[in-house]
Design a protein around this ligand. Structure first.
Ligand SMILES: [Zn+2]
Length: 326
């Protein structure tokens, strides 16, 4: 890197260290700067310090303006596609609101709505329903709470709120980032609706590039959705333990501390069947232009946001890093 860039990286790391109330030398060690190895993981993680200051408003080139990274639903309106889009009771979202005649209140199919608030109701250990508070697009008419599954797209890929580190959180906490076996620090996350309408988390710093990828695919009529994003240390340990014990439903999973799902650059994208799957075929052609590259053998779903390695792959006419053999 050039001298100026190195200086600016050090400045921003210093801000990051100050914000985290952490010894600056320790921060430098964590980012591997003494080893002259600042190239590969640095940019996305460095952005975290900025985002603390700017909160969640990012410039999204794909959307042509400011993007609310942590609450993307605020940037759009949604078409009601369910013919029976029932309104819920505000005091109990699992119950339906009735009109004076005792009939279910609904939002007519074909109505375009805005969502100005979101609530998640857990309906099981991994299942939940995301409810949205709907108004007319001009805001003049209030409809009320309804399931976002009644809306076109079912809220897939919408971010529904920032997840910030708790004061004093540990290296095993929900926001703790790791790479190559080292704890990096606490990072800002946002909750996002995944391919199964469950809630995943992404590093706030990687939401803008992911949203650009999703938007470009959508313009080509292809749906890019998420199966897994950021994982905490205990979550990665759970997956690794299940894999080691050969439990059903567990895929290959790196040892805790070593997975790039623990620092925000790894995305498991729904590409059932791999080759021939329309989403996978689209990613093979276009993902590297958006900074995403396939990095793990036999895992067509696992893509990483790594601008440098994606550029190398693009220039080599491939979509994978050299270690990927299948
Ligand atoms: Zn993965």
């Amino acid at each position: 890197m050039t001298r100026n860039l190195a200086a600016s990286v050090r400045d921003r790391l210093k801000q990051h260290a100050d914000a985290a109330n952490e010894d600056f030398n320790l921060t430098l060690t964590r980012y591997g700067l003494e080893r002259g190895d600042s190239r590969s993981r640095l940019p996305p993680l460095l952005k975290v310090a900025d985002e603390h200051a700017r909160r969640s408003t990012l410039q999204c080139p794909a959307a042509g303006g400011a993007m609310n990274a942590a609450e993307s639903f605020r940037d759009r309106s949604f078409l009601v596609v369910d013919p029976d889009a029932r309104i819920r009771r505000p005091e109990d979202l699992m119950a339906f609101a009735l009109d004076a005649g005792g009939r279910f209140q609904t939002i007519p199919k074909g109505t375009q709505v805005r969502i100005d608030a979101v609530k998640v109701v857990e309906t099981g250990s991994r299942s939940n329903i995301v409810f949205g508070h709907a108004t007319s697009v001009n805001g003049n008419r209030l409809f009320g709470w309804t399931s976002t599954r009644n809306l076109e797209g079912k809220f897939m890929n919408e971010t529904i709120g920032a997840v910030s580190p708790a004061p004093g959180a540990s290296r095993f906490g929900p926001n703790a980032a790791w790479a190559r076996g080292s704890f990096l620090g606490q990072i800002e996350l946002a909750a996002i609706v995944d391919a199964k309408l469950e809630i995943e988390r992404l590093a706030l710093s990687t939401i803008e590039p992911y949203a650009a990828l999703v938007a470009a695919a959508a313009r080509d009529g292809v749906l890019v959705t998420l199966n897994s994003g950021f994982r905490s240390y205990p979550e990665q340990k759970h997956l690794h333990d299940g894999f080691e014990r050969g439990l059903p439903g567990f895929n290959t999973a790196a040892r805790p501390g070593l997975s790039n799902h623990q620092n925000g650059i790894a995305f498991d994208i729904a590409v059932p069947g791999g080759d021939g799957n329309p989403t996978y075929e689209w990613l093979k052609k276009h993902a590297t232009r958006f900074g995403f590259v396939r990095t793990v053998s036999k895992e067509p779903w696992h893509w990483e946001f790594d601008v440098d390695r994606a550029r190398v792959a693009l220039q080599a006419g491939t979509f994978m890093t050299p270690n990927v053999t299948a």
